[in-house]
Design a protein around this ligand. Structure first.
Ligand code: PGA
Length: 252
């Protein structure tokens, strides 16, 4: 059995005041023992304060990115040790916005994954194809390549404490989610890729779906046998919507 997981990716949204309001509403609504593990990923500058607001709650803290290097002259970067120091448990790596807008390639994503893992934090590794790649029938090939780069560098043992998020690029922020069947197909593929290296870790691996998850579609997507929760962007900025998504998980 895998405990479902829902993470809110706040992206470059929020202010100290807005975040405090969102957290207050979230903590009022989150059940004492939620079925899902729940995390929120604010911007770097807000991590410490949001972390303090979450203290003594059952909502965990995550970051949206990280530097692959451990320490040193890397102006503007944030290390995995720094994220650990401010209370993060999770770190998103390989989000498609980082891949596309900031030219992060598979090799860099793999190094970031390793940096996070090395600090005892849990990477949320994002993979997913563009619309063009899907239309050309390349979805499983692209996802295998993205996953393979990380498996090759970090080793399958590192997946014992990792989360994978399947995020089709064409579904992110577009309002156009993958159908439950489309998500299930790719999730099953991701599990099979890990299974080919280690069956136990594959069976335990939590694979989240991300891309226009909303309260109205979460239940049917999360019902799929290889979908263990969601990575939620836009809908994580509204407490009531996010709480409904958290409540829509299924235990597989
Ligand atoms: P979205 O974003 O829910 O707004 O589509 C998901 C993500 O980018 O993680």
């Amino acid at each position: 059995m895998r405990r479902p997981f829902v993470a809110g990716n706040w992206k470059m949204h929020g202010s100290r005041v807005e975040n405090a309001e969102l957290i207050e509403a979230l903590l009022l609504g989150v059940p004492g023992q939620p079925t899902a593990e729940i995390a929120v990923c604010p911007a770097f500058v807000h991590l410490w304060e949001v972390g303090r607001q979450l203290k003594a709650s059952n909502v965990l803290l995550g970051a949206q990115s990280v530097c692959a290097e451990p320490v040193g002259a890397f102006t503007g970067e944030i290390s995995a040790a720094m994220l650990k120091d401010v209370g993060c448990r999770y770190v998103i790596v390989g989000h498609s916005e980082r891949r596309a807008l900031y030219k992060e390639d598979d090799a860099l994503v793999a190094r970031k994954f390793l940096a996070v893992h090395g600090q005892g934090l849990i990477p949320i590794l994002c993979v997913g194809e563009t619309l063009d790649e899907r239309e050309r029938g390349l979805t499983t090939q692209v996802v295998s390549r993205q996953l393979g780069a990380v498996l090759d560098l970090a080793g399958v043992a590192a997946f014992e404490a990792a989360v994978v998020a399947y995020e089709p690029v064409w579904a992110i922020g577009t309002g156009k989610n993958a159908t439950p069947a489309q998500a299930q197909d790719v999730h099953a593929h991701i599990r099979s890729v890990v299974d080919s290296r280690d069956a136990k870790n594959a069976a335990r691996l939590r694979i989240l779906y991300g891309g226009s998850v909303k309260a109205s579609n979460a239940h049917e997507i999360f019902a799929m046998p290889d979908v263990d929760g969601g990575l939620v962007g836009g809908a994580s900025l509204k407490a009531d919507e996010f709480l409904k998504i958290c409540a829509a998980v299924h235990v597989h």
